[in-house]
Design a protein around this ligand. Structure first.
Ligand SMILES: [Zn+2]
Length: 344
């Protein structure tokens, strides 16, 4: 073998070794049966858990969160973000804190409106939230980032997790959310509209997780100025309910892949389903469950549904993004077949 050939062979081995040691960004969409919990593990080994599903049936959602944490090899959760105080998003928190250490707690820094504070579920769950967080919560405000670690050598792109909106306040927008107009809907004074909106950027890859925001907040996030831009991955707002997923918003974010955290009788409703399927950018929609209310024409094919044949399986949807990659992959479960989509 000539020296140059030997050197290039060596370089090739070295480069492929280098490539394989850089960890991917991982995103797990967990089955909370119509609730929400999304686990993010960064290439630097840090973890962010967005929401914790429901408390009931007792321990089911916490069990599933811990299962995913174990598969990801986590010993702690670095940042726990509660997007809003609805029972399907913060009910599982206390049980999760009993099983894995949580370093930092974020929420939107405000309690629900008076009428929601009167609800039975809130009166039961909020004391558990206080017990879990021990008053160590920090507000995640529009315009701020979760302080994730960056690669000191700068070889791996930084994961930026940015808060675009919370409490019906949008970064850089001073106007009123609920204005009258043909494109607008009645004011939503519930926690849904006040959800924390997160935009994750990793190199060219963009992922939007806006929890349960509704129509009018969606409108102002993209109109007249698009504050989000095109995203590769979209956690479909509000489990895919038609109260959310304003077509103007969907068109503006122009997603490549959508993931619905729906339940067997909740979410991925007909208007949302139709609007997403009508976008030329959309290459695939994934669902956590098959919604029995809408039949085959209102659900995606089986290969894109995590828990179609067994609604009690608790299977997650996993997304992986290699550093500096041109594609990202989506799979059902830890060992599922990976489908690849290009990063725009
Ligand atoms: Zn919800």
């Amino acid at each position: 073998m000539k020296t140059t050939a030997f050197l290039s062979a060596f370089l090739l081995i070295f480069l492929s070794f280098e490539k394989s040691t850089a960890k991917p960004l991982e995103i797990y969409f967990l089955d909370m049966v119509g609730g929400a919990s999304t686990l993010i593990v960064t290439p630097m080994g840090e973890s962010v858990l967005i929401d914790t599903g429901s408390r009931d049936p007792m321990h089911r959602d916490a069990d599933r969160i811990l299962h995913a944490c174990n598969l990801a090899g986590l010993k702690q959760i670095d940042y726990l973000i509660t997007t809003h105080f609805h029972s399907d998003h913060f009910g599982g928190l206390l049980e999760v804190t009993k099983r894995i250490p949580i370093k930092h707690f974020y929420d939107k820094g405000a309690l629900p409106s008076k009428f929601e504070q009167m609800t039975e579920w809130y009166r039961q769950l909020y004391p558990l939230y206080k017990e879990a967080t021990k008053d160590r919560t920090l507000p995640l405000l529009p315009g701020s980032d979760v302080p994730l670690k960056k690669d000191p050598e700068g070889k791996i792109p930084a994961v930026i997790l940015h808060c675009l909106a919370a409490e019906k306040q949008i970064e850089g927008f001073d106007g009123t959310i609920d204005v009258e107009g043909v494109e607008m809907r009645d004011a939503d004074e519930t926690e849904n509209a006040k959800s924390i909106v997160l935009l994750l950027t990793f190199g060219r890859f963009k992922f939007l997780a806006a929890a349960d925001i509704t129509w009018n907040v969606e409108h102002h996030l993209v109109h007249p100025k698009n504050r989000i831009g095109k995203v590769d991955l979209y956690q479909i707002n509000h489990h895919g309910l038609d109260q959310s997923n304003n077509p103007l918003f969907l068109k503006a974010i122009d997603p490549t892949v959508g993931v619905a955290l729906n339940g067997p009788r909740k979410g991925i409703q007909p208007n949302t389903f139709k609007a997403l399927n009508g976008l030329s950018s959309v290459k695939a929609i994934y669902q956590i469950h098959y919604n029995v209310l809408y039949g085959d024409s209102g659900n995606v094919p089986s290969e894109f549904i995590a828990n179609k044949n067994n609604p009690d399986k608790g299977e997650f949807i996993k997304v992986m993004v290699e550093p500096n990659a041109k594609n990202f992959t989506v799979a059902i479960g830890a060992d599922g077949l990976k489908k690849s989509y290009s990063i725009q």
